[in-house]
Design a protein around this ligand. Structure first.
Ligand code: TRP
Length: 410
């Protein structure tokens, strides 16, 4: 076993600091509690900022002994299983408030007590044929935005999808059991056909298979995503189940869409209808300046104002309230709702307030984005460490999947 193999662990228990004197001192031990892989076999990971030597068999033996001593002193409530979490965002432009509230905020909370993999979905971005000159900058932008929003590469594995070619191999293998009929019925695919009839490529058709590969390559349990990804998650579960059934194994967990809130979040755009999107031209970006945000919000679509007491706001105004609910104080929302109900609301005032409350959220992030973007050395470190950890996990899965499928060494 080599250092790095820990990345393949699906769930591991609480980390224990190794007592001084043991040759593993300075490391943390993580205990596999996933009995299907390796019952209570300890694995090591480096204490932050140290690069460990490979695990030797004598070190493993020593750790095993150590763990057998330690396990009895855990009481049940102290051991917890870490779930594995995977999520990604396509590198097709700057992140907007929809990404932030729909996905990123959940990532931040999840990284505290899960084994998290957050990646930049740059293979996925190829469906729209970006110019080669833009690919790298797009990836860098999303990475910087992840980090600026608070994703901590010491806690989560942060990586670029195309740095992990094992994903492409799993995608190929999973494609054999994905049926054209079900792929053609996917809502996102039908949407794409409708909007871009001139570019119906096979990558678009099999997008849900690639997404499933992203997720199950780390044998994830939870996937924090926005509401628009629910169907893709449903398909991921189906593909995972199908693989298990086909080979008579209980290998891939069926991952669930996950959100800390009551429901999956959908942030509307500023143009009166629909969700906020990167390509819809209706978004507020984390990287927008305060002036840009004020301008966009002041231009947001509203209506001519309520005419009857207690009337339901129109969709455009409802959308502004939805955004307000996530960025503003409850008392602010209440104030404007009451003003609307009694027909005295001035949308200009509401928008001014909304813009300021959005800026409160985005301004510190924007400043950090700019700092991080201008630090290529830091970004390079994060990316290479992330790739190493993600590949350790992914290659273990590929090894096992190939074996399940029937490949044997010569
Ligand atoms: N399809 C997702 C989106 O458009 C991005 C994505 C790709 C993803 N692979 C993933 C999300 C795996 C979660 C898990 O937003």
């Amino acid at each position: 076993m080599q250092y790095g193999d820990f990345g393949a662990v699906v769930g591991y228990g609480r980390q224990i600091a190794v007592p001084p004197g043991c040759s593993a001192a300075g490391r943390e031990i993580a205990i596999h509690l996933d009995t299907s892989i390796a019952p209570r076999q300890p694995v090591c990971r480096p204490a932050p900022a140290t690069k460990p030597p490979p695990l030797t068999s004598s070190l493993i033996a020593e750790l095993q002994e150590l763990v057998s001593l330690i396990i009895p002193i855990f009481t049940a409530d102290k051991i917890f299983l870490m779930d594995t979490v995977v999520s990604g965002i396509r590198s097709t432009g700057n992140l907007h408030l929809g990404n932030y509230f729909g996905a990123l905020k959940n990532f931040l909370r999840m990284q505290e007590e899960n084994n998290c993999y957050f990646f930049v979905a740059d293979y996925h971005s190829l469906t729209t044929h970006p110019h080669p000159d833009d690919i790298h900058a797009n990836i860098r932008q999303v990475l910087a935005e992840y980090l600026a929003a608070g994703i901590d590469p010491e806690k989560a594995t942060v990586y670029v999808q195309s740095d992990v070619p094992e994903v492409a191999e799993l995608y190929l293998l999973m494609n054999m059991n994905a049926y054209v009929g079900e792929l053609e019925r996917t809502t996102s695919f039908k949407e794409k056909i409708r909007k871009h009839p001139d570019n119906i490529n096979a990558g678009l058709l099999t997008y849900p298979v690639l997404m499933a590969a992203d997720i199950i390559i780390h044998k994830a349990h939870k996937v924090p995503v926005g509401k628009d990804q629910e169907q893709h998650l449903e398909m991921t579960r189906r593909f995972a189940r199908r693989f298990n059934t086909m080979y008579g194994v209980d290998y891939f967990p069926e991952p669930d869409a996950y959100n800390f809130g009551k429901q999956l979040m959908k942030i509307p755009g500023l143009d009166g209808s629909g969700k906020m999107g990167k390509s819809e031209g209706n978004g507020i970006f984390l990287a927008d300046t305060s002036a840009e945000i004020r301008k966009k919000v002041m231009r947001a679509v509203t209506d001519t104002g309520p005419e009857k007491q207690d009337s339901e706001p129109s969709e455009a105004v409802r959308n502004l309230f939805t955004i307000m609910e996530v960025v503003s104080e409850p008392s602010t929302v209440k104030f404007f709702r009451e003003q609307h109900a009694s027909c005295v609301i001035r949308y200009g005032d509401m928008k001014k307030q909304l813009a300021e409350d959005i800026i409160k959220v985005t301004e510190p992030i924007r400043i950090r984005i700019n700092e991080i973007i201008s630090d290529p050395v830091y970004l390079g470190k994060v990316v290479s460490r992330g790739a190493e950890k993600a590949r350790a996990s992914a290659s273990a899965t590929i090894r096992e999947v190939r074996e399940i499928i029937g490949y044997r060494p010569f």
